[in-house]
Design a protein around this ligand. Structure first.
Ligand code: SAM
Length: 282
């Protein structure tokens, strides 16, 4: 059986030792070597049989093994660090042609062009570029993924799922929740990684809404202005946007039933979407 082949590989700890794979901090490398944990993450993406998965930053391949063991039909592993090509190839040798490894910067790789639908993205993302990758994937047109299971540092994960009134509520929550339903699956303590990072991590799951909000660019612009001056009332922080789009600020806010003295963290996602729509159709 193919899964037995993968199980016969040396342990991840042995693989890391045999290939002399020290972590490179510049590439945000913190490895998960506990297969119970990688399986717990992969399980969030069930069912995997019949699905195609892109994994960004497979590193030594713990999550890669788990995704293959859970039956991913095809797994596209995108890794920037050449040192991992050999250990990943060892997994590929046991995967019956289901693993394709690409050496390169995932920010520059067109996942949809390389992997047929239905697609999922599952990754323990590098901290330094994780948020940028997330924004790229939620801004893609059309949305090319049917689910994303992503590990971030916990503070970023909280900013994805935050609700109005939460400290973490802001631009990232509004952009993500305008595209997908988002939930926090579980925390992963720093000590679970080799080497341990300074902060804890968490896994979030995103599934596209039936009708994702289309104009994330203007939504990003409005939320950046509103939350850039969090403590200010909206009539102060949105002044420059009203000017840019030639709108009378009070009329614009009133058309969206928004109190000009409100602060941004009190408004639901829908109010920010209304602000965008009323720019286009006053
Ligand atoms: N998935 C592995 C695990 O859980 O043990 C490694 C996770 S580590 C947090 C992030 C991985 O992303 C590293 O292997 C790093 O080399 C890789 N990486 C960093 N920047 C990348 C980029 N722009 N494109 C592809 N991989 C990248």
């Amino acid at each position: 059986m193919m899964t037995d082949n993968i199980k016969s590989l040396p342990s991840l700890t042995e693989t890391v030792r045999a290939h002399g794979l020290g972590a490179n901090k510049k590439l945000g490398q913190h490895f998960l070597l506990d297969m119970n944990l990688t399986d717990k993450i992969a399980r969030l993406a069930d069912p995997l049989a019949g699905h195609h998965v892109a994994e960004v930053g497979p590193g030594p391949g713990g999550l890669t093994r788990a995704l293959l063991l859970r039956g991913a039909q095809k797994l596209l592993a995108l890794e920037m660090d050449e040192r991992f090509m050999a250990p990943l190839a060892e997994i590929g040798d046991m995967a019956d042609g289901r693993l394709e490894i690409i050496h390169g910067d995932a920010l520059r790789i067109d996942i949809a062009g390389l992997l047929p639908a239905p697609r999922k993205i599952v990754a323990n993302l590098p901290y330094n570029v994780g948020t940028k990758m997330l924004i790229n994937w939620i801004s893609a047109k059309p949305i090319f993924w049917e689910q994303m299971v992503l590990m971030f540092q916990k503070e970023v994960a909280q900013r994805v799922v935050a609700q109005p009134g939460d400290n973490a509520y802001g631009r990232l929550a509004i952009l993500c929740q305008s595209t997908a339903s988002c939930y926090m699956a579980f925390d992963v303590p720093a000590r679970a990684f080799t080497p341990p990072p300074k902060v804890d991590s968490a896994v979030v799951v995103l599934e596209p809404l039936n009708k994702p909000f289309q104009d994330l660019k203007t939504l990003g612009e409005i939320t950046a202005a509103a939350f850039g001056q969090r403590r200010k009332m909206l009539r102060g922080s949105l002044k420059s946007i009203a000017k840019k789009y030639d709108l009378i600020l009070d009329d614009w806010l009133s058309a969206c039933s928004i109190d000009p003295t409100a602060r941004p963290e009190t408004l639901p996602v829908k109010s920010f979407q209304d602000l965008v729509l009323k720019i286009k159709k006053p």
